[in-house]
Design a protein around this ligand. Structure first.
Ligand SMILES: *[C@@H]1O[C@H](CO)[C@@H](O)[C@H](O)[C@H]1NC(C)=O
Ligand SMILES: *[C@@H]1O[C@H](CO)[C@@H](O)[C@H](O)[C@H]1NC(C)=O
Ligand SMILES: *[C@@H]1O[C@H](CO)[C@@H](O)[C@H](O)[C@H]1NC(C)=O
Ligand SMILES: *[C@@H]1O[C@H](CO)[C@@H](O)[C@H](O)[C@H]1NC(C)=O
Ligand SMILES: *[C@@H]1O[C@H](CO)[C@@H](O)[C@H](O)[C@H]1NC(C)=O
Ligand SMILES: *[C@@H]1O[C@H](CO)[C@@H](O)[C@H](O)[C@H]1NC(C)=O
Ligand SMILES: *[C@@H]1O[C@H](CO)[C@@H](O)[C@H](O)[C@H]1NC(C)=O
Ligand SMILES: *[C@@H]1O[C@H](CO)[C@@H](O)[C@H](O)[C@H]1NC(C)=O
Ligand SMILES: *[C@@H]1O[C@H](CO)[C@@H](O)[C@H](O)[C@H]1NC(C)=O
Ligand SMILES: *[C@@H]1O[C@H](CO)[C@@H](O)[C@H](O)[C@H]1NC(C)=O
Ligand SMILES: *[C@@H]1O[C@H](CO)[C@@H](O)[C@H](O)[C@H]1NC(C)=O
Length: 398
């Protein structure tokens, strides 16, 4: 680096001890930090090879001055007396940045950090903000659970693998403006109830799971290779205006949901399952044409509108407490558009294909039915949702 040619003589002139040895540590080895003095011993190292571990007996602040790169991981587990971790010059961590059970940690000051192999933060109840001033723009995966964070400011990713945000009870906004592509599984669950999520530029993803959120904005989302699942959310409408394909689509237990707006959704390589959304009166997918798995709709609705349907391979179950018409589906059944099992019924006790109760306002459901259904549902079948699997199984039984 041309820059260091000038800085090295300057440091030598000022008497810095190891200015010429810019690389320390060894690939595959761990540099242990128990106190600030151990971090100071690295201050002449622009690169630390291998891992750096802050051990549990460390206390107060630990600051890594001078270090620009750690080729392995930076970890701290159970360092309950550490209040601050800082690295004013660090730009990259090659492997994991992992912090767990650091109860007193309030400050994480990494102003230059942009690239991390992965982030794994858990049980950091007093950490309210990330001081990642430049913003981490590259991380293979991110898992942040049980922290005091109020926002994700400082996470500026364009692409990520798995992304897990669970039990951060102060987290009220997730606004990842630059993210375009989630190649793994996104799970957002049990954060602050008022959590509002915006992924303005997210186009493609594998699996997206949203639990316990108050709003979701995914205006650009076009394709998912896996499941879009919404469970126990608090909003009244959900819209994904550009979504055309996904594997499985599941809506369960969204108590206030009155409207699902997926105007372009045309094909599901898995199945569609809608259950226990007590205020959902109209189920309408105007462009939905092909469903490889099953369609399983239970609840209190009065109107199901699937005008574009041309093929349902895995069967069809529509059970509602409401007064709705089966005539359109009866004809699709007799035309063999709907293959597999068929049940379209008005009932006081809507039951999902896997035997679960499909409406919170239904009277009761048979326990034996539920458990045998659950046993089937627990079978692990990769890349196919429960609805698809059951549809396929039930069609074998026909
Ligand atoms: C670093 O700490 C770990 C855990 O206490 C220990 O097993 C290991 O021997 C230490 N390594 C060095 C180089 O001191
Ligand atoms: C934290 O500090 C307290 C009080 O000095 C001490 O008793 C405790 O062992 C320390 N915790 C760790 C993990 O070293
Ligand atoms: C998403 O990222 C993966 C892996 O980087 C890549 O293979 C894929 O083409 C990307 N998809 C889109 C739509 O950008
Ligand atoms: C929706 O998709 C269309 C066609 O691919 C595209 O032109 C438009 O920009 C997308 N809308 C958003 C908000 O990304
Ligand atoms: C989404 O999938 C559809 C159908 O497979 C395809 O035509 C479209 O180009 C895809 N859109 C994006 C943004 O990948
Ligand atoms: C992704 O979704 C599919 C259904 O589309 C499911 O079978 C699979 O288990 C999910 N993967 C993960 C890691 O949740
Ligand atoms: C969060 O969502 C789950 C469903 O995934 C639900 O069982 C749970 O009751 C919800 N929690 C709250 C506090 O609403
Ligand atoms: C969805 O709900 C929001 C507020 O929750 C509202 O502003 C918006 O108009 C609704 N959209 C539709 C299509 O009803
Ligand atoms: C059912 O919903 C569709 C789509 O919203 C609507 O066009 C249709 O008029 C509704 N049918 C009845 C009987 O309300
Ligand atoms: C159910 O709806 C149909 C058509 O809208 C109507 O003719 C019939 O009277 C309704 N039945 C009940 C029990 O409300
Ligand atoms: C359809 O569902 C109802 C209500 O769960 C059930 O009583 C009935 O036996 C089912 N019919 C068939 C043909 O499976």
């Amino acid at each position: 680096m041309a820059f260091s040619k000038y800085i090295v003589p300057a440091l030598m002139a000022s008497g810095a001890a190891y200015a010429s040895s810019s690389s320390c540590g060894k690939s595959g080895s761990v540099t242990n930090i128990t106190a600030q003095a151990d971090a100071d011993a690295l201050s002449s190292c622009t690169t630390v090879e291998g891992d750096v571990a802050i051990l549990s007996q460390a206390a107060n602040g630990i600051t890594f001055n001078g270090v620009q790169e750690i080729t392995g991981s930076l970890t701290a587990a159970g360092a309950t007396n550490v209040t601050l971790i800082a690295a004013p010059d660090l730009t990259s961590i090659g492997n994991e940045f992992s912090l767990s059970s650091i109860i007193l940690l309030t400050t994480l000051n990494f102003p230059e950090l942009t690239s991390v192999g992965s982030i794994n933060f858990q049980a950091l109840p007093n950490l309210q903000a990330l001081t990642f001033t430049k913003g981490v723009s590259k991380a293979g995966s991110v898992s942040i659970t049980n922290t005091g964070l109020t926002s994700l400011s400082g996470i500026e990713l364009t692409s990520v693998g798995d992304f897990d945000l669970t039990a951060n009870t102060a987290l009220s906004t997730i606004n990842v403006n630059d993210i375009k592509n989630i190649t793994g599984t996104l799970i957002i669950s049990a954060n602050k109830n008022s959590l509002s999520i915006e992924f303005p530029n997210l186009v493609s993803a594998q699996n997206l799971t949203f639990r316990n959120t108050s709003s979701i904005s995914v205006p650009s989302l076009a394709n998912l290779t896996g499941e879009l699942g919404l469970f126990g959310n608090y909003f009244s409408n959900f819209s994904a205006p550009n979504l055309t394909t996904c594997a499985d689509l599941d809506f369960d237990g969204n108590a206030d949901l009155t409207e699902i707006n997926l105007p372009l959704l045309s094909s599901l390589t898995g199945g569609l399952a809608i259950s226990n959304n007590d205020k959902l009166d109209t189920i309408s997918f105007p462009k939905l044409s092909k469903v490889q798995g099953a369609i399983d709709l239970t609840g209190d609705y009065t109107n199901v509108s699937l005008p574009a349907l041309t093929e349902v391979k895995g069967g069809f179950n529509a059970e509602s407490t409401g007064n709705f018409s089966c005539s359109a589906f009866d004809s699709l059944r007799s035309n063999n558009v709907i293959q597999g099992t068929y049940n379209c019924t008005q009932t006081s006790n809507p039951t999902t294909m896997d035997g679960g109760s499909g409406s919170s306002s239904s009277t009761s459901s048979s326990a034996s039915h539920t458990s045998s259904g659950a046993a089937v549902a627990n079978m692990a079948v990769p890349s196919m949702g429960v609805t698809a699997v059951l549809g396929a199984l039930l069609s074998l039984l026909m």
